[in-house]
Design a protein around this ligand. Structure first.
Ligand code: GDP
Ligand code: ZN
Length: 347
């Protein structure tokens, strides 16, 4: 049967694994999904990453009874798109999820509660074209809920706020069941997003939904479901990209809170944690409480953040200093290098 004779149908992308997609017809709750790839024509027409289908996209596809894999021909207009700047390039926008109605900014009420972080997430949410709303989790762990609510209302303004804990999430569930809407949860690791998603769905979606499939070449691949439906058609999306978004918007204190915390005990305020005396971070590494690798990652990210605000010659200068220590040593080596007609910028 030729492609032309096949009737095209609409479906939603429910997971993506490289160029292999799982798609599910829009009215089906759970079971009915199959694998799909984009057509040669669509692939030919795509000129940037943002034009590739992502989870949440509604696509037009055909499916020959002789083929295991369906063919995606086009993507329907997106009403919103959550995206991030792909690492390593300044203007390559990587789409993460499409057609989201609500971005839930999820934040725990315990010691991780951080207003400026929530503020940053709100701006990311607005960028996507979706409506932000706020979820405050772990209400069971705090006694000062009222004062935190007063503080958050100052930055959330008219945004809807939900307060939840492990046993109290009915307001959120009722909200999702009131009408079909597609939602995502963003927020730092550990705030309780997976717990909340499992609670809303009523099963362990985050661990159990691994689907093993094989394509027509007999190759096996595993796709994790990344879009979950509630009985009224509301959809919850949780993709790996969504998790990476945490690091993208977050600043250092978000992903390296432990190191920032330890650094408060360093003897010198401007401690560089490079082996100075009285360095609490080095002490923690020696005691086996912190891995050296983690400190290195932290320092790398600090540098990258700094570099993103510098000119290329300032970066070269900084790298030079890093390799040759103090200024006078740097100057000495630089003069030496200059005299040898070598360009120090290669460092
Ligand atoms: P995620 O990284 O945002 O997906 O966070 P998880 O859902 O994995 O939760 C991180 C930890 O917080 C787990 O140990 C959960 O059991 C715990 N947790 C999640 N929600 C609550 C809550 O409402 N109250 C309390 N006390 N703990 C919670
Ligand atoms: Zn230190």
């Amino acid at each position: 049967m030729s492609e032309k004779n096949l009737k095209s149908i609409f479906a939603t992308i429910i997971s993506q694994n490289h160029d292999l997609y799982s798609i599910s017809k829009n009215d089906s709750l759970d079971q009915d999904f199959f694998l799909a790839k984009i057509s040669g024509q669509l692939s030919y027409n795509i000129s940037s990453m943002i034009e590739y289908p992502v989870v949440g996209d509604i696509i037009e596809f055909t499916h020959s009874p002789f083929d295991k894999i369906a063919i995606i021909h086009s993507i329907c207009h997106r009403k919103s798109l959550l995206s991030r700047v792909a690492s390593g390039s300044s203007n390559n926008i990587q789409p993460i999820a499409a057609n989201i109605d609500i971005v839930f900014i999820t934040s725990a009420l315990d010691q991780n509660f951080n207003l400026s972080r929530i503020e940053r997430y709100i701006s990311v949410a607005w960028e996507s074209g979706a409506q932000p709303a706020i979820i405050l989790t772990k209400a069971d762990l705090v006694s000062d809920l009222e004062s935190k609510l007063v503080a958050i209302k100052q930055i959330a303004k008219s945004l809807q706020i939900f307060v939840t804990d492990n046993n109290a999430f009915a307001s959120l569930k009722n909200f999702l069941l009131a009408k079909p809407q597609t939602v995502v949860f963003i927020g730092s690791s550990g705030v309780g997003k997976s717990t909340l998603i499992n609670n809303l769905l009523g099963y362990e979606a985050m661990h159990t939904k691994e689907v093993r499939t094989s394509d027509h070449k007999g190759k096996h691949s595993t796709t994790h479901r990344q879009l979950f439906r509630l009985e009224n058609g509301s959809q919850i999306i949780d993709t790996p990209g969504m998790r990476e978004l945490q690091i993208d918007v977050g600043n250092i204190d978000e992903t390296f809170e432990d190191i920032e915390f330890l650094a408060q005990n360093c003897q010198y305020k401007n401690c560089q944690h490079k082996g100075e005396s009285g360095c609490a971070i080095f002490a923690a590494i020696e005691k086996g409480l912190l891995s050296k690798k983690r400190l290195e990652n932290y320092q790398k990210i600090l540098r990258e953040n700094r570099y993103s605000q510098m000119s290329s010659s300032e970066i070269a200068e900084d790298k030079f200093k890093r390799y040759f220590g103090n200024k006078s040593e740097a100057k000495r080596v630089r003069n030496l290098k200059k005299s040898k007609q070598k360009d120090y910028r290669k460092f």
